[in-house]
Write a protein that binds this ligand. Sequence first.
Ligand code: ADP
Ligand code: MG
Length: 309
Amino acid sequence: MSEFSLIARHFCRHPAAADIAISVGDDCAVVDAPIGQQIVICTDTMVANRHYPMDTPARAIGHKAVAVNLSDLSAMGATPHSITLALSLPSYDEAWVADFADGLYAICDHYGVKLIGGDTTYAPTTTISVTAMGFVPAGCAITRTGAKPDDIICVSGKIGSAAFALFEVLSGQASPLRTTLDYPEPQVALGQALHGYANSMIDISDGLGQDLGHILSGSGVGAKLYLDNIPCDDSLNQLPFAQKYQHILNGGDDYQLCFTMNQEKFAQFQADFPDLSIHAIGEITADSGVQLFEHGQAVAFDIKGFEHF
Ligand code: ADP
Ligand code: MG
């Protein structure tokens, strides 16, 4: 199987279209940029056995490689448009690549995103790098640096499920939460809806504690977090405090959004978007540092998210 036959067989499902002048097949893809919008770009890499357990189905890997990038675009309030795929494989396993492509195209098609190019190489370890492009109205990207004292800190859904699932899988148990680890759902609609409401935003990939920390340091503020307000799967409530909050605050792989907005906007957003669930978990303070509370009492917990090195 030549690299070119592999691409032709598996990765040519999205031909040129209305706003894609050139798709897979030339030296570069060519995309029309909408007038008045800015291009938003991100890249996320997944390495076998590092970003997913070895028994992860190929379809899930294809899904997740796209999902984590759409999550980054959503965290800027961007509308996703297209992706490129750099795929490095130790061998050509047709069934694996076909399932991987099915997972990748299924999430692309769900969000109206097109695969418009990439690169295909040999490498000793399966490595998947997706670059995603999207658009935001000029000047409207929602960043990590805009949080203000008294803003409400919110998250978009249950936190800690994927980390708990990974913990169970790595300890050799079947996990009821495995789907949250393998098939994260990026918060695309919510990210876009938060324009005009959120002062700051980040997606939670490396642990809520560490990722919120990026908003706090970027914005020069601190936070009070009310731990019992953080939504989580009921199975986490059965765990001792330290384990529960290890998954929730330090776990990662949630791909939920964490964002801040002032009190009026928080009420307004819920009235304007009753179908998009958001959860208040704390508030921004002018003083730096993070204060944690559970059942009204101050508690201590060492926040330390995922780090590669
Ligand atoms: P070049 O040599 O100009 O870099 P390649 O031979 O690497 O181009 O790729 C040929 C075409 O196939 C290009 O349009 C490239 O974007 C596309 N492509 C390569 N690998 C993939 C992939 N895994 N998925 C989608 N498109 C790909
Ligand atoms: Mg070329």
